[in-house]
Write a protein that binds this ligand. Structure first.
Ligand SMILES: [Zn+2]
Length: 234
């Protein structure tokens, strides 16, 4: 009886406030979760799956010695992936971030099993930005990946320094010199001898995630790998 009432209430709520697809904004059917079937079938997947030699990994060749790198979707302007990232980043649709992270994790199980990281973390947001927005979009994606891979997630391994105010007063050259010091390792965690997997929402040039990776590799006997929900090749 209770289930019947619950279902009836859900149906009425759904009728009055229908859930919309995060990819194309059409009304979702009851069995569809976050994304409609059409968008699900048209997701611009990279299909790198567990290949080690892929576009994302090649971005970092000769720049930083990573274990592996992978991306789930191709990011195109006005495409489905852009709508999904917009939903996660600006509309606080963290459940969508987690859902896509879970799907991505399942896609790359084989690659991860061969060389599993000890900890999953994400590219941090500046404290001020975090306070303003209230959440870090990459954290929701990393949570989903962590669940699918069954590997612990710690969002606080890398911190973004709060020196941006003083940065504006510095000369352009000094600001450039400072670019690598925007991120610091959290002194509360010892990552020696650990393999740290870093997650970001979109990789374009890879400069940000590389800076985080270099910090990890500055510690004794560490390894690092990179994952991004999206890969922008333009
Ligand atoms: Zn759709």
């Amino acid at each position: 009886m209770f289930l019947f009432i619950k279902n009836a209430v859900n149906s009425i709520l759904n009728f009055c406030f229908p859930s919309l697809c995060s990819g194309c904004n059409t009304i979702l059917f009851n069995q569809e979760l976050h994304i409609c079937l059409k968008c699900q079938l048209n997701l611009p997947k990279t299909n790198f799956k567990s290949q080690d030699n892929n576009y994302t990994a090649n971005i970092f060749k000769g720049r930083i010695p990573i274990e592996y790198a992978n991306s789930y979707l191709y990011f195109r302007k006005k495409g489905i992936a852009q709508n999904l990232v917009h939903q996660i980043k600006y509309k606080k649709n963290l459940e969508l971030g987690k859902y896509l992270g879970q799907q991505f994790g399942l896609d790359i199980l084989e690659q991860i099993k061969n060389n599993p990281p000890d900890i999953i973390t994400c590219v941090p947001l500046h404290k001020k930005k975090l306070k303003l927005r209230g959440y870090n979009q990459s954290e929701s994606i990393a949570t989903g990946i962590s669940e699918s891979l069954n590997i612990p997630f710690n969002p606080s391994i890398i911190l973004k320094q709060t020196n941006s105010d003083s940065q504006t007063k510095k000369s352009r050259f000094n600001r450039w010199l400072n670019v690598d010091t925007k991120f610091i390792l959290n002194p509360s965690f010892d990552i020696k001898n650990k393999h740290i997997l870093i997650v970001d929402d979109v990789i374009t040039t890879g400069a940000t995630i590389e800076t985080c990776g270099q910090l990890v590799l500055s510690q004794e006997n560490t390894k690092t790998s990179f994952l991004s929900l999206c890969l922008s090749t333009h």
